[in-house]
Design a protein around this ligand. Sequence first.
Ligand SMILES: [Fe+2]
Length: 475
Amino acid sequence: MQDKPSFAYGAGFRSLTREIADPVPLPIAGTLPSWLTGTLLRTGPSKFEVGDRTYNHWFDGLAMLHRFAFAGGAVTYANRFLESKAYRAAASTGRISYGEFATDPCRTLFARVAAIFFPKLTDNCCVNISDYARQAVAFTETSIPVRIAPKMLKTLGVFGYRRALKGQVSTAHPHYDAARRRHYNYIADLGLSSVYRLVSIADDAKQRLVAKIPVVRPAYMHSFGMSDRYLVLTEFPLVVNPIDLRLSGKPFIQNYRWEPERGLVFHVVEKDSGRLVKTATTDALFAFHHVNASERGGAIDIDLIAYDDASIIDELYLARLRAGTPIGATGKLMRIRLLIDGSDNVVTRRILADVPLELPRINYERCAGKPYRYVWGTGVKVAGDFLDCIVKIDTETGQANTWHFAGLYPGEPVFVPSPAASSEDDGVLLSIVLDIERDHSFLLVLDASTLTELARAEAPHAIPFHFHGNYFPGA
Ligand SMILES: [Fe+2]
């Protein structure tokens, strides 16, 4: 029997420990738009070894912050570790000290008992950076976001939630409602009786409980949906008995079980009243990312990147990735329509474009929560390969355009609207691309409408594959 092919992408999962604290100008090929004045901030796992141990999973690595600052047709770069408690403890003890997504510290019997009664949540915010109450904040999937100073990539401290909003598990994908001038997020409080709390964080930092939804077997939910009037909590049937999180002795995600017979359950909550207006169930699927949600008469469309099951999580263990193992699971852009008027459980679903898609972005400022047309993301051109292309999908026609070159692995394409934009896709995409052969990364700037290349800015090193970030306009 022939061995399965392995791909060269594995090099994207090596540690990067070099920090460049003082911004350096990057050489540019092509031309950056003269209007591009602002900062792209990104975070991602960057150090996978501590002492003699290696983290188990891509999602576990210690967070590195990256900053690309644009002005006057030029760009500078800096990168620093997020100085979280998890990072500082690893640096000072030489040991993994905080439990991550799929890795636990080695604990003595005493420490194991202590961890049951006084669990230490990680603040290793390696998943996303967003503005949050007008501050730059890094996120992971615990309820401990960390504030950062973008100019120096300095770690400032925890973004504290009110005690009444307490919980352990949250999402790194808060939504922003520009009309209401507030972010929304959820925080799950897991225990003998568990509850999902939908919360809002206003621009003036006031925090408010929007709704509470009791739950017996909480689901793993990496993101949630938001339309103009509603928040949509999507319970994938990857669920946990909360007691196991305390007592099993297993890392966080290994306590969750895939139970497809539960189906996929939506909870639709009205933002302004906190009223649960609909709970609906459909066949099981899994997703990390919601793309957008919008209201159509008495229905709501929820677009997400759908997988048949949660096996993609297993495919992202570090040893598999470093070996360039072919990846079997691929997500596709699916639209699920729920009827929210009336008591009927009417749900329809369809694939909008039959191509793999992940790390989706939209023109968020213009279209968040509203009908929209375009999605950008990373895709897979060569079957089994890691995310190896940038895709633009037209949700109205199902047409997909791609940017792909063999050996180049692009990350999440962040859409930045042109200041004089006349259409939804008038702007640029910013993506960090790893050139495997040259062992170097560059910042790629594409015309978001045509995927035509405008410029490349060479980074000083190879940047490991990572997840998310955002563009912060202004000097
Ligand atoms: Fe994500």
